[in-house]
Design a protein. Structure first.
Length: 170
């Protein structure tokens, strides 16, 4: 089994454990639910996170020489990747945080949000950034110096997302 599939399986297990752990804690502690508007905000966040996730998946598949999910052989620095180095990870974090809001209880929200963002940041800092430097060398180092890891300039993101994806095989 490839390392990319192993990572996907580990993340799915972590997501399931964090959701179940949060819900179980809320049941045991009999937490009060969030107001409906907070839950609807969570639903909206999940829907909004879906579009950048789908877009990054398409870009990596078409431009990154992806042989399987999550593994690319080319560095992609255009489209949303000109605003943030890891937009897919940001999308996953926002999606899971929004899921915590949608579930609508404090412990669920905290378990999901803290575990998912901890995983995203730790994985990027300890694994992925190092691998990208190893795989793409100076090209990635230069890219890393000009583009933020997770906190994108919102104007850049909105500008890019307002256009149809520029996907070429170059």
């Amino acid at each position: 089994m490839s390392k990319c599939r192993v990572r996907l399986i580990l993340w799915l297990v972590l997501a399931g454990v964090s959701v179940c752990g949060g819900v179980l804690t809320d049941v045991v502690l009999r937490s009060n639910p969030f107001p409906l508007w907070v839950r609807l905000l969570g639903l909206g966040g999940m829907l909004l996170a879906h579009f950048p996730l789908k877009r990054t998946g398409r870009l990596l598949r078409r431009m990154g020489g992806a042989e399987e999910w999550g593994c690319t052989t080319k560095l992609v620095t255009t489209d949303i990747y000109q605003c943030v180095r890891h937009p897919h990870h940001v999308g996953v974090g926002v999606f899971m945080t929004s899921l915590g809001l949608l579930i609508g209880y404090w412990w669920s929200f905290l378990f999901i949000t803290v575990t998912q963002w901890t995983w995203v940041i730790a994985f990027l800092c300890l694994v992925e950034e190092r691998e990208l430097v190893e795989n793409f060398g100076e090209e990635y180092i230069a890219y890393r110096q000009r583009v933020p890891m997770l906190l994108a300039d919102l104007r850049c993101v909105l500008t890019v997302l307002s256009k149809s994806p520029h996907i070429s095989e170059s």
